[in-house]
Design a protein around this ligand. Structure first.
Ligand code: ADP
Ligand code: ZN
Length: 734
């Protein structure tokens, strides 16, 4: 902007404000406030932007005094929502600064655009109220009413322009009641309140002690992080329910973050059992109408408890008393597109801004959280044993080199026997394989052709139930052709390797009388179907449950006594330093499904690498030993949680463009003793949705603040139009 050219009148009549728009722009824009109107920081108002009308929030940044008054556009009408608090505005600024994304991109999540605040629709904004005032209408007012006979107007500015009058005419008509602004229907809503004392459990002494600690933290009304660390079934959920009850008693709002909320039907019914009502849920699959309603109810303080996925972190809970993050180690808390943020870590920041306690719960805490305990920033609260008679399951390996399954099969004789015994005892078994579909690869036996995704560097997965080959990264699908597209041979295409559908086929062959069910996201589709399956398993209508990671989480199946992990080595390959941690967490979690009631549980891990430290730790039940070893390794390599890491992802439709830009960025890297730049190298998915991707990894000691360095560095390298550069602070995979 040509700032220097403008001289302001000393008595400029215009009041300027900064407005942050929910768009990935560099910062807030400056607007004028119409004469006689008042706005305050945080107000949510509509503003003209280009040809559109958008919601915006009056931001704290000083407005730009250099734009000539005549060029300024006026802000429109306020939305019927409470202003955004200073606390929330600071939080948005913080997240934007930390993740190196524009504030507006974060605001977009906070306003839940477009659903929560659609641009006011014409019928909602300005229409003649039908009110008759005594006396004659002025000519200007008549013109306005004339225009409105054609239909309601979008903004006062637009209405004024159409009528050829000044906006102040419109404003005074609104004040006089001649025009009705923004007639959003009032919602009458008085939800049944959760009852903190509805079904209070009797705690064991160990649980009581931990519960007292978290309740005291809630009552202290100050920031504190507790890591609730306890084996599956030890009562972590019951304990944090006690903290929620305390917050409700104090009249505060509670936010609970869960991974895969869409599928946590069991959690919701437990909540209802404990508090007598359902909580408000929030996740990306809620439809726009429900979303808008929920957002507004939350903003007006009518919702005491929200349970949601990542995005719930940005809801306008203005009276927070507690945040809970369950399964805090889960990788799905890291958002991998749009604004790249780790919701668990940002939840801690939000708690800090709101000055409230936060509970992170897990049976296998992330190394990040454990390092924070080590450093004294978080308090670890341990629950050592399972509640009631259930002991921990016995974990054994089946060495696939010594006891291999027959050719073309995946269930080894040892696992087969164990399942048969379990079924004979009238109990349930679970077969775990973290792979959706029928087969991960389809191959031509004649010419060796493999079916790959045209947009991604990945194989197409056969889904036999849907009769399609599907890319699990971009969703590309195609039909299985009758002949090989490469050599035209017919009948030569063969599936390679198992997915859950193929495993189910094998199980049906082995146990023809058993009732089978597959539990994977694509086979179930909706939360209702998932809930129905969980109930069917609990009602013992299923004998063998076959499923993916979706099944590993949180479910309580009292009659399930055997868990067979079909491929325990899956996930251990590849160069990712987090592979060990992730596999340990997943297998530990799956094992926790076995023997949760009076029957003891048993877990069999099929592996061809039984000496691997992850498997050894699982077999020995030595979680702490495993963690100590992983921590040592991370410390040695200066990797998170002991070092800082950022990934710079360069992507372009053309591989050459991506390579050139990645190399230019590497050459421009700042020379600093503490900063190590690795790469460029192909990103973990070198081709994704048609974009070629290269990655630079930036490594630094914890004490170094990476963001300003990265910002300077990236702004010095011109980025061609076709290419994109994204920064991922604290990448999940490294
Ligand atoms: P976690 O969250 O650690 O996996 P949960 O809180 O889900 O453990 O507890 C496991 C099971 O034991 C649940 O069915 C829960 O209701 C029950 N439970 C735990 N503690 C108690 C208690 N003190 N009284 C009654 N039931 C309990
Ligand atoms: Zn693809």
């Amino acid at each position: 902007m040509p700032a220097a050219a403008v001289t302001l009148q000393p008595t400029e009549p215009v009041t300027r404000v900064s407005v942050l728009l929910p768009l990935p722009l560099a910062g807030p824009y400056t607007y004028a406030v119409p004469e006689g109107e008042e706005v305050s920081l945080g107000s949510v108002i509509s503003v003209p932007f280009g040809k559109r009308v958008l919601p915006g929030v009056i931001w704290d940044t000083p407005p730009d005094a250099a734009v000539p008054a005549l060029k300024l556009k006026e802000i429109g009408l306020p939305f019927d929502v409470p202003p955004m608090t200073g606390e929330m505005r600071r939080f948005i600024d913080w997240v934007a600064g930390y993740t190196l994304t524009p504030q507006g991109a974060v605001l977009r999540m906070a306003l839940s655009v477009p659903a929560a605040l659609e641009a006011p629709s014409p019928t909602e904004v300005l229409a003649a109220s039908g009110l008759q005032l005594p006396g004659k209408l002025t000519a200007a007012r008549q013109k306005v009413l004339e225009v409105l006979k054609e239909g309601p107007a979008q903004t006062s500015a637009a209405l004024a322009e159409l009528a050829g009058v000044s906006t102040s005419v419109v404003k005074t008509m609104v004040k006089a009641g001649l025009l009705t602004p923004h007639a959003l229907p009032e919602f009458a809503f008085s939800p049944r309140q959760p009852d903190p004392g509805f079904a209070v459990p009797t705690f064991s002494p160990e649980q009581q002690e931990v519960a007292d600690t978290v309740v005291a933290a809630v009552e202290a009304e100050s920031f504190a992080v507790s890591l609730l660390d306890g084996v599956t079934g030890s009562g972590k959920t019951e304990v944090y329910f006690a903290a929620i009850a305390a917050a409700l008693q104090a009249g505060k709002q509670v936010l609970v973050l869960l991974p895969e909320i869409a599928l946590s039907a069991q959690w919701l019914s437990r909540f209802e059992g404990r508090f007598g009502v359902k909580p408000q849920i929030w996740h990306s699959e809620i439809g726009p109408v429900a979303r808008r309603k929920a957002w507004r109810r939350i903003a007006y303080g009518q919702v005491p408890v929200v349970v949601g996925a990542r995005s719930a972190l940005f809801l306008p809970l203005n009276n927070l008393g507690l945040i809970v993050v369950d399964e805090e180690h889960e990788g799905s808390f890291k958002q991998e597109d749009g604004v790249l943020y780790q919701a668990r870590d940002m939840a801690v920041v939000r708690a800090q801004f709101a000055k409230v306690p936060i509970i992170l719960a897990s049976a296998t805490p992330s190394l990040e959280s454990l390092a924070n305990v080590e450093a004294g920033r978080y308090t670890r609260l341990e629950l050592g044993s399972r509640h009631g008679p259930a002991g921990m399951p016995e974990i054994q390996a089946i060495d696939l080199r010594k006891d291999p399954p027959p050719r073309g099969r995946w269930i080894a004789p040892g696992l087969e026997r164990a399942v048969t015994q379990t079924l004979e005892a009238g109990e349930q078994a679970m077969l775990f394989l973290n792979r959706r579909g029928y087969a991960p690869l389809t191959l031509c036996r004649t010419c060796g052709h493999r079916f790959a995704c045209p947009n991604c560097s990945s194989w197409l997965v056969e889904h036999r139930a849907r009769q399609r080959l599907i890319c699990h990264h971009c969703g590309h699908t195609e039909a299985v052709p009758p002949a090989c597209p490469s050599c035209a041979d017919t009948g030569s295409l063969v599936p390679c390797g198992p997915g859950v559908e193929r495993l189910a086929e094998e199980a049906q062959l082995l146990w023809p009388d058993a009732r089978l069910a597959i539990m994977s996201s694509d086979m179930l589709g909706s939360p209702e179907k998932a809930e129905a399956l969980v109930s069917a398993v609990q009602a013992r209508e299923v004998d063998i449950l076959i499923g993916t990671a979706m099944m590993a989480k949180g479910h309580h199946f009292p009659h399930l006594t055997l868990v067979g992990v079909v491929d325990a080595d899956l996930g251990l390959g590849g160069g990712d330093l987090r592979a060990g941690e992730r596999t340990f967490q997943l297998l530990h979690q799956v094992s926790g499904r076995a023997g949760r009631a009076e029957h003891p549980g048993r877990v069999l891990l099929q592996t061809a690498a039984v000496e691997h430290p992850v498997l050894q730790a699982l077999l020995a039940g030595d979680r702490d030993g495993f963690i100590a070893q992983e921590m040592e390794e991370r410390r040695y390599h200066g990797m998170p949680p002991y070092g800082r890491l950022a990934a710079i992802i360069v992507s372009a439709p053309d591989a050459g463009v991506a390579d050139t830009l990645a190399r230019a960025l590497a050459r421009a890297a700042p020379r600093m003793d503490d900063l190590l730049v690795l790469g460029p190298a192909p990103a973990p998915l070198a081709l994704l949705r048609g974009m070629h991707r290269r990655r630079l990894l930036v490594k630094a000691p914890r004490a170094l603040k990476l963001q300003p360095i990265l910002a300077d560095w990236l702004s010095a390298v011109p980025i061609p139009n076709a290419a994109r550069v994204a920064v991922d602070i604290d990448p999940y995979s490294f």
